[in-house]
Design a protein around this ligand. Structure first.
Ligand code: FMN
Length: 355
């Protein structure tokens, strides 16, 4: 039987185990999107993960949704990532950059630009800017030309990621950001080839993934999805049909992986997704965060995924892989230091041996 500690090949990379670190935005970059020294330490500390997937990284200025998130659209940003990828490789792990275009999430106070989306449908809630929190505004509807440019921006960011030493990229198709806005029934109201039917709504993610795969190799590209997710007010009327259509449209591409975030206690939907994808399938399950080892065994024993992806347990336990081996104990994550700040609540979680 497959265990969490068996190595696994995901596309072009060899992961030492099947305990992967999920993307987590931590807002510790500079205001102009440069990775910082404390980020180097944070990622290096978590190199026990078979594969590290970084926090969301904006592929363009308008793609930035939150303050102090890193980018991959300038030479300075590429250079600033290099110490991170070097440190993770020296510590024996591999690392994918998550390319995240936030779409309608964002604000001119943050970027100087009006956020863009498939349609001009305002998101609920507020955006934290240098001026403090401000209500989200209605985004601008992307033109056909701008959609093609946005796809190109993902390609450039992916090439930049490879130049910065990343082993591959993950396209963020989950959690209510640009890609999922295109997939949704309520933020995509377009009547052109990018909206309306399911075939049209999957077109944007399919074109992004195909273009990025053509640029850096399909075996260095992963796609994150969150079927049925309602975060940021996203509505999907028939997630099983929508995502089966999406995965079928990508089936000719030997991608590194598809990474599903389960957002509801709906294993049957997860099983359908697994069945719809014949390549490597990663699962970030709904589980009891206090007992990740149980979720891991359950998922791997059933064969529902090839590797399991954890977020908060990795945030709070730099040595999570070692702790899973002994089935705990685990540090609990402190939500008040999730987003922004410095080393506190970031690089100072103790390991078992330092505690
Ligand atoms: C602090 C924090 C930041 C997150 N940022 C991202 C992100 O940038 N990209 C993403 O795809 N998911 C993000 N997520 C979602 C996680 O990857 C994960 O799906 C979620 O936390 C559930 O997994 P868990 O129960 O293991 O924490 C974030 C979660 C947390 C807690």
């Amino acid at each position: 039987m497959t265990t969490a500690f068996d190595p696994i090949t995901v596309g072009a990379v060899e992961a030492a185990n099947r305990i992967f670190m999920a993307p987590m935005t931590r807002n510790r970059a500079t205001l102009d999107g440069l990775a910082t020294d404390v980020m180097v330490e944070y990622y290096a500390q978590r190199s026990g993960a078979g594969l590290i997937i970084t926090e969301g990284i904006q592929p363009s200025p308008v793609g930035q949704g939150y303050i102090s998130t890193p980018g991959l659209h300038s030479a300075e940003q590429v250079a600033a990532w290099r110490p991170v990828t070097d440190a993770v490789h020296s510590a024996g792990s591999v690392i994918f950059a998550q390319i995240m275009h936030a779409g309608r999430i964002g604000h001119p106070f943050l970027t100087g630009l009006t956020p863009v989306a498939p349609s001009a449908v305002r998101a609920p809630g507020h955006c934290v800017t240098t001026e403090g929190p401000v209500d989200n505004i209605a985004p601008r509807e992307l033109t056909e030309e701008e959609i093609l440019q946005t796809i190109e921006d993902h390609v450039t960011a992916a090439r930049n990621a490879i130049e910065a030493g990343f082993d591959g990229v993950e396209i963020h198709g989950a959690n209510g950001y640009l890609v999922q806005q295109f997939l949704s029934d309520n933020v995509n109201l377009r009547t052109d080839r990018w909206g309306g039917t399911v075939e049209n709504r999957v077109r944007f993610p399919v074109e992004v993934v195909k273009a990025v795969a053509a640029a850096i190799g399909a075996d260095r590209v992963g796609l994150r999805i969150s079927p049925g997710n309602n975060d940021l007010d996203i509505v999907e009327n028939d997630p099983a049909e929508l995502y089966t259509t999406l995965l079928n449209a990508l089936s000719d591409l030997p991608l590194a992986y598809v990474h599903m975030r389960e957002t509801k206690d709906d294993r049957d939907l997860t099983r359908k997704m697994r069945a719809a994808w014949s390549g490597s399938f990663l699962l970030n399950p709904v589980y009891d965060v206090g007992e990740p080892h149980k979720a891991l065994a359950e998922v791997l024993d059933e064969g529902i995924a090839d590797a399991v992806v954890f977020a908060r347990p990795f945030l709070a336990n730099p040595d999570l892989t070692a702790r899973i081996k002994t089935e705990g104990p685990y540090n609990a994550a402190a939500p008040n230091s999730f987003y922004g700040g410095g080393a506190e609540g970031y690089t100072d979680y103790p390991t078992v041996t330092s505690a």
